[in-house]
Design a protein around this ligand. Structure first.
Ligand SMILES: Nc1nc2c(c(=O)[nH]1)N[C@H]1C(S)=C(S)[C@@H](COP(=O)(O)O)O[C@H]1N2
Ligand SMILES: [Mo]
Length: 412
């Protein structure tokens, strides 16, 4: 049968794969790009994890049974104030930009998926098992990441543990794979021409594009994704170039409150009757007891301003906005904490994710951390958190709770 050129070939036979593009050098180029890219993704991902104050479990981080994997390295700093804007912008933009490279890399090695016999030895079996974790884990991370960015938290509570555990599986397999293959990839790259090998088709079809052309195509696709994503992290007029970025449910409009809105007051189920001057009271609790403050009383306390961005875990961010309100550390002092402790924040919002957040003492102590009443010289709009919202330098947007109802100071 093998001798009959018209006989149908199975994917397990090398001759089934006919693209003349496949070869060790092509795979090596893509692999080395991913080596650098995925390492940066993992690093910025860990930083994003640290930035969510996972140590203040279980308020911010509800991941079950995380054990040693739930380590966090340090209290997330408040300087520079654009830190999370940068690290998370890189994480999301780079992740999206690498999609064509990942797909091309998988395509370039797909014949190996069908190699027979499935395992030649125990070592070979283990290697193939690690590839399953590598490919499965990689696809899982890219898919959950993109879904989270694009679809406004399809899995609100569960994205976090899914992406978290997926990251460790993917990265463990990635490290093993990189350790095994990087020397080969570098060697293949130093060769001037493709050598025969299991990736090179024994009966190549007529080329329709050169290898170099194919690499340009992959690079061009990445560049296109980059160009249509990066605007979401730049803001202003450039935001409109972010065709692929989520645009949220609401048009923020123009004027002082005219910047990206994550969730509108209506969407969050905020009842206007509860935010009015007569009804709303901020409840502040600490060592010396509880105080209730009306918005007029808050506005009568010393007011401070800070220019800070909103930087969402989804990757989008706003340029610095001028926030004005009461310092969190002044509110801590009001209830007996001259040395600011951690802070537990609760919103008026009754349902949905992100209505509670825990801030660490270093964040509370920063003089730029505010319970903001105003933005860019105007009252906060309902969608940006009227009557009052938290704003903390360098913190992920998810910690900047809107429609604040209650502040509880004390070590968490
Ligand atoms: N109560 C409450 N606060 C919240 C949220 C929320 O859903 N509910 N979303 C958070 C998230 S994820 C972000 S990115 C910021 C966005 O703030 P903005 O809508 O003013 O831009 O608000 C944060 N504060
Ligand atoms: Mo967010």
């Amino acid at each position: 049968m093998r001798d009959d050129p018209r006989a149908p070939l199975l994917p397990t036979s090398p001759g089934f794969w006919r693209s003349p593009l496949r070869g060790p050098r092509f795979t090596a180029v893509l692999g080395l790009v991913l080596l650098v890219g995925v390492t940066v993704l993992f690093g910025t991902g860990l930083l994003s994890y640290a930035a969510c104050n996972p140590g203040l479990s279980p308020v911010n981080d509800k991941t079950p049974d995380k054990g040693v994997l739930g380590f966090y390295l340090f209290a997330w700093p408040t300087d520079p104030h654009w830190l999370y804007r940068l690290t998370q912008g890189v994480h999301v933009t780079l992740g999206i930009t690498l999609i064509p490279v990942l797909l091309a890399k998988l395509w370039s090695v797909v014949p190996r998926l069908f190699t027979l016999p499935p395992a030649r030895s125990l070592a070979h079996a283990l290697e193939r098992l690690s590839l399953l974790l590598l490919v499965g884990g990689g696809l899982f991370q890219f898919v959950t990441g993109v879904l989270n960015v694009q679809l406004d938290y399809v899995f609100p509570g569960s994205f976090y543990p899914l992406h978290f555990y997926g990251a460790w599986v993917f990265f463990a397999a990635f490290v093993a794979h990189a350790a095994l293959k990087t020397p080969t990839a570098l060697r293949n790259l130093r060769r001037l021409r493709e050598e025969p090998g299991d990736l090179v088709s024994p009966r190549p079809a007529e080329p329709t594009v050169s290898r170099r052309g194919a690499l340009w195509f992959v690079g061009g696709a990445s560049l296109l994704l980059f160009a249509t994503t990066v605007g979401q992290s730049l803001g202003g007029a450039l935001r409109r170039t972010a065709l692929l970025a989520p645009h949220g449910g609401a048009d923020p409009g123009s004027g002082p409150n005219g910047f990206q809105i994550n969730k509108t007051a209506t969407h969050a189920g905020i009842d206007r009757a509860e935010t009015g001057a007569d009804a709303w009271r901020l409840v502040v609790t600490g060592r010396t007891g509880t105080v209730r403050l009306s918005r007029a009383q808050l506005a009568g306390l010393p007011q401070y301003s800070a220019a800070l961005p909103i930087a969402c875990v989804e990757g989008w961010s706003t340029p610095d906005q001028w926030w004005r309100g009461v310092r969190l550390r002044d509110l801590a002092a009001l209830v007996g904490h001259d040395d600011p402790p951690d802070l537990f924040v609760e919103s008026l919002q009754r349902h949905g994710a992100f209505r509670k957040a825990a801030l660490r003492a270093n964040q509370v102590a920063d003089p730029r951390s505010l319970l903001a009443l105003y933005v860019n010289g105007e009252e906060l709009s309902p969608d940006h958190g009227h009557p009052a919202r938290i704003i903390v330098p360098a913190a992920p947007g998810v910690l900047n709770t809107k429609w604040v109802a209650r502040l509880t100071f004390g070590d968490l």
